[in-house]
Design a protein around this ligand. Structure first.
Ligand code: ADP
Length: 381
């Protein structure tokens, strides 16, 4: 079954929801959101906005019960309610069992291992004290990466531990540690799948990180990797989506090391920051593709119209409060610059406040424009 005339519900009303709503508007497709406040980015673009906590059973159940298709823009949602809704006939994409695997980094790693996907070697610890004890006992090799199992996103639950002197940087809580990969490039591949099992893969992108905040600052499309690695990365993304057996989108973050070995870092079963450039640079945006996939419509072409660079517009490190934007007009004067602001009232250090996509047939020219944008746009309080 497929169709346009379905009521879509989305758990989460942030910027990903906003961009989904904009894509839905092209089809005059009703789209409703559940999140704490209608002042969040998706609010003004929603057909309906229900205020409530998507981590709680009751709001998710009641919201979902009035929808034909339910999807997410964040994986930390109440999956008990999703199981119940699915049992009662609501379409839930991605399926709740996959969400439960993905939202816990440890369970996700075990899934990757079990299905034979290459991922850095890992080991679990119940808390930081047991990890510190293992370090003292000399049974841990440096450097390693510590990751909290559930509370982390945008680099907040991740610490790179170089040696004994770094043990004071250990994060508190249940965690896993992972062997440190000497990363040559960080890649992301987004794949879509509908209920018929049709899949479509967006061209792999390269992600560049802000070292201080440990979150993606810039992406380059297409990734500067050879055709073999490209095919391998695309194939792995499709196989992962099939292993999770989900419909919608799956963003697969990968590491490529200097020996050209690919590792899966982590996955997200939803539109992703590493696909924002697709709005302008691909035949179909990731947001429209997500709608096509969850409505069981034919998937769109993922072909690239133009190389592109995307920069996240992050809150300035020392500023917290009502957001003010400096330098926007200078950037709008440049050809091929597409500005997206999420309308968040308050800025915080490194908060994602917007992004800019730059199209240029010459990727180096696009990089120079991206440098200019990063230097010129300042989001302050
Ligand atoms: P988050 O879910 O918070 O984005 P990630 O697991 O993606 O956390 O880690 C954030 C960043 O930390 C990665 O993009 C990468 O730069 C670095 N990192 C994570 N794991 C490793 C690893 N095993 N080896 C080297 N660097 C890593």
């Amino acid at each position: 079954m497929h169709g346009f005339n379905k009521k879509i519900g989305v758990l989460g009303g942030g910027q990903l929801g906003k961009m989904l709503a904009i894509a839905a508007a092209n089809w005059h497709q009703p789209i409703h959101f559940l999140d704490q406040s209608a002042d969040y980015p998706a609010g003004p673009f929603a057909s309906g906005f229900t205020e409530g906590d998507f981590n709680e059973y009751t709001p998710v159940y009641h919201f979902g019960k009035t929808m034909d298709v339910l999807t997410i823009e964040i994986e930390h949602v109440n999956t008990h309610a999703l199981h119940q809704l699915k049992a009662e006939g609501v379409k839930v994409h991605p399926q709740p069992a996959a969400l439960e695997i993905i939202k816990d980094k440890g369970v996700q790693k075990l899934f990757l291992e079990k299905h034979g996907f290459p991922t850095p070697a890992f080991q679990f610890f119940d808390d930081e004290f047991l990890l510190a004890a293992a370090i003292s006992a000399g049974s841990i090799r440096f450097p390693f990466v510590q990751k909290l199992l559930t509370s982390g996103y945008d680099g907040r639950g991740v610490a790179v531990i170089q040696g004994v002197a770094d043990t004071e940087k250990l994060l508190p809580g249940q965690c896993l540690i992972e062997s440190f990969v000497p990363i040559y490039k960080e890649l992301s591949v987004i794949v879509a799948r509908n209920e018929y099992g049709q899949t479509a893969v967006f061209p792999p992108v390269e992600m560049e990180f802000n070292a201080e905040a440990n979150l993606m600052e810039r992406l380059i499309c297409p990734a500067d990797i050879g055709p073999n690695i490209c095919r391998k990365a695309e194939k792995m993304a499709v196989e992962l989506m099939e292993a999770f057996d989900i419909c919608g989108l799956l963003a697969v973050e990968m590491f490529l090391d200097e020996q050209e070995t690919l590792f899966v870092n982590e996955v997200a079963p939803r539109p992703h920051n590493s696909g924002h450039h697709t709005i302008e640079s691909c035949f179909t945006s990731q947001f429209e593709q997500h709608l096509r996939a969850i409505l069981n419509l034919p998937l769109g072409s993922t072909r690239l119209k133009s190389p592109s660079v995307m920069v996240n517009l992050l809150g300035e490190p020392d500023h917290e409060g009502v957001a003010k934007y400096l330098g926007l007009e200078k950037c709008l004067r440049m050809e091929g610059v597409y500005l997206h602001l999420y309308g968040k009232q308050k800025t915080k250090p490194y908060r994602k406040m917007g992004h800019a996509t730059i199209l240029d047939t010459d990727i180096n020219a696009a990089r120079r424009k991206a440098d200019f944008i990063s230097e010129t746009i300042k989001i302050i309080a």
